[in-house]
Design a protein around this ligand. Structure first.
Ligand code: TXA
Ligand code: MG
Length: 329
């Protein structure tokens, strides 16, 4: 099922050949689809930025199969890294580490660190296993738009700008990896929330972890900019859909609820929901898919209910706060 060749969907073997020849292939990971290229081929890396319309000051993550492949690309690695790697990698976490001279400034955008990640998706692993270079891969969406969690999202948004999409089904986690790094005092910092939570990281390291994301915090990574993961239609976020809906009475409204209500009482609207029962893992998995869906329906504005619960809920709320305008402040 996975390795068919329809349209721009390519087989694993074709993906290998395209990447070896300097092309761009969207690849499945357990978080979101990535737009991959040979990280050692600077023309290919340049083409990632071009095809996404990504500003050149927004650095890329290097993807590897395992630590021994990544080791030459980083230096002065803190002990904490090995504890986290042992527990969470391969999986949905990226590490910001001091880069070695092997990492081009085009990848790191002139930072002294580079982000490295070890995806667990079996197809990403099979691909990396066949390559003798790391893959640079940002999320496979036009800069600023929602990250793709299914191959057709990539085909719709970037199909004509890339050489192929490797089919890997729907991404299991649904939001981008947690990004951790170490500050000038060697303290661990979370720069982007993800499905691996601060509490889980604290448990492994047996010490508190600083979370440095959000609009009022210092911007270290452009991915921390306040508007970043948004639908094309005007999008608004609120804890109180029923209380805020009257503000849009002249418009065709699309609503996304956190939990499907027993009765959709806001009848004149298109109603979608992230989950049937509020399970946060399901909400994360469905987050971008549901936003894609509503963005493609006949609506003028999108209203999304904010997520209020739980540790993983912080990562979900973070993405939603960047998807649109907060109606509650
Ligand atoms: O789950 C993920 O991480 C996905 C999959 C494809 O691996 N990738 C992803 O990449 O989300 P991207 O490029 O869309 O987001 C990476 C974020 C950006 O906000 C970037 O600014 C930040 O990581 N970043 C990368 N390298 C960095 C560095 N050296 N210093 C600070 N931030 C960095
Ligand atoms: Mg991205």
């Amino acid at each position: 099922m996975y390795f068919c060749t329809v349209g721009k969907i390519v087989s694993l073997q074709q993906a290998i050949t395209i990447l070896q020849n300097g092309g761009l292939v969207a690849i499945p990971t357990e978080t979101v689809y990535g737009l991959a290229a040979n990280a050692l081929n600077l023309n290919s890396v340049e083409n990632i930025y071009k095809s996404k319309g990504r500003p050149s000051n927004n650095p890329l993550i290097l993807h590897f199969n395992e630590w021994k492949d990544a080791e030459p690309f980083v230096q002065n690695v803190p002990e904490d890294f090995f504890k986290l790697y042992a527990k969470f990698s391969p999986g949905p976490i990226s590490y910001l580490l001091p880069k070695s001279a092997l990492v081009s400034e085009k990848i790191s955008a002139k930072n002294t660190t580079v982000a490295i990640r070890f995806p667990s998706h079996p197809i990403a692993k099979a691909l990396l296993n066949e390559l003798n270079f790391p893959l640079a891969a940002p999320s496979a969406n036009p800069s600023g738009y929602i990250s793709p969690t299914q191959s057709h999202h990539v085909l719709q948004q970037l199909g004509d700008k890339i050489d192929g999409v490797l089919e890997g089904g729907e991404c299991a986690k649904g939001i981008e990896s947690t990004i951790v790094g170490w500050d000038e005092n060697g303290e661990i910092v979370i720069y982007r929330l993800g499905t691996i939570t601060a509490v889980e990281i604290e448990k492994v390291l047996e010490k508190p972890v600083k979370v440095l994301t959000g609009e009022h915090k210092k911007i270290v990574a452009p991915g921390m900019l306040s508007k970043h993961y948004s639908p094309q239609k005007p999008t608004y976020i609120t804890k109180d859909l029923r209380g805020k809906i009257h503000q849009f009475s002249e418009k065709k409204i699309g609503i996304i609820w956190q939990i499907k209500p027993d009765v959709f009482d806001l009848n004149d609207c298109i109603n979608l929901s992230f989950s049937d029962n509020g399970n946060l893992e399901i909400i994360a998995k469905n987050l971008y898919k549901t936003m894609y869906k509503i963005d493609n329906l006949d609506v003028d504005v999108i209203l999304i209910e904010q997520c209020l619960e739980g540790e993983l809920g912080l990562a979900i709320a973070d993405r939603l706060s960047r998807a649109g305008i907060n109606l509650d402040i």
